[in-house]
Design a protein around this ligand. Structure first.
Ligand SMILES: Nc1nc2c(ncn2[C@@H]2O[C@H](COP(=O)(O)OP(=O)(O)OP(=O)(O)O)[C@@H](O)[C@H]2O)c(=O)[nH]1
Ligand SMILES: [Mg+2]
Length: 202
């Protein structure tokens, strides 16, 4: 058991998806006046030490993020379109924190208070726990969750044998199930298509 109150946690935001259901780049879509990626960065900066953004097209986001002047770092993605699990596996090697807060770029209602609570909880889970992930409506919500950086080799092995599903991978490792109340459920609402965006603004 770690039992330390000050863990070193960095955020990794994945922003390299195709946005095919949305029909345009989700990261740049405004929600309450600011692009969804900028919102995710702002919350990450309130909660963790450094913010990394994994994307094959950093030039698209220069204006909204002012990277690197605002403390964010890019992780270059050379092979785009492999999906979030592979992107995460590649990014882990470039990171150095003990825990990683993994976020999608399409979560406009992230709540810093909840994320702080999860990070605090991470300091007291047993060392055997490799990830802390909300479980909602029968499935894991892997793109708003905490992972030990030490999971890197295990994840790489899973991918090497053809794995590409977070749900399958998480069923094979010791995961702490984060409870989902109303606030967390709102926070997990990701905007995949135009209707999701409209519903989340209601
Ligand atoms: N860096 C990186 N991010 C990815 C990749 N695939 C998905 N993502 C990100 O993972 C998160 C969840 O992806 P989805 O919500 O399924 O988004 P998507 O793949 O862009 O959308 P669809 O094309 O509609 O499935 C989003 O933040 C995406 O930008 C990838 O290959 N590389
Ligand atoms: Mg999504």
């Amino acid at each position: 058991m770690s039992d330390r109150t000050h863990l070193i946690v960095d955020t990794l935001i994945l922003a390299g998806g195709r946005s095919s259901r949305m029909g345009q780049d989700k990261a740049l879509l405004p929600w309450q006046g600011s692009p969804m990626l900028a919102r995710a960065i702002a919350v990450a900066k309130q909660c963790t030490r450094s913010t990394y953004i994994m994307t094959p097209w950093p030039e698209r986001y220069q204006e909204i993020t002012s990277v690197p002047s605002d403390g964010c770092q890019w992780i270059a993605e050379t092979l785009a379109g492999q999906g979030p699990l592979v992107a995460f596996a590649r990014a882990v090697d470039s990171m150095s924190s003990e825990w990683i807060l993994l976020l999608a770029c399409d979560l406009p209602q992230l709540d810093a208070t909840v994320l702080h609570r999860w990070i605090h909880l991470a300091s007291s889970v047993p060392d055997s726990i490799l990830a802390m992930v909300p479980h909602h409506e029968g499935k894991w919500e892997p793109l708003c969750a905490l992972y030990r950086r030490a999971i890197g080799p295990h994840l790489q092995d899973f991918i090497t044998i053809g794995g590409d599903s977070f749900q399958q991978w998480l069923s094979q490792i010791p995961v702490y199930q984060l409870p989902v109340d109303g606030t967390v459920a709102n926070m997990l609402h990701n905007c995949n298509c135009p209707e999701d965006l409209e519903n989340s603004r209601l």
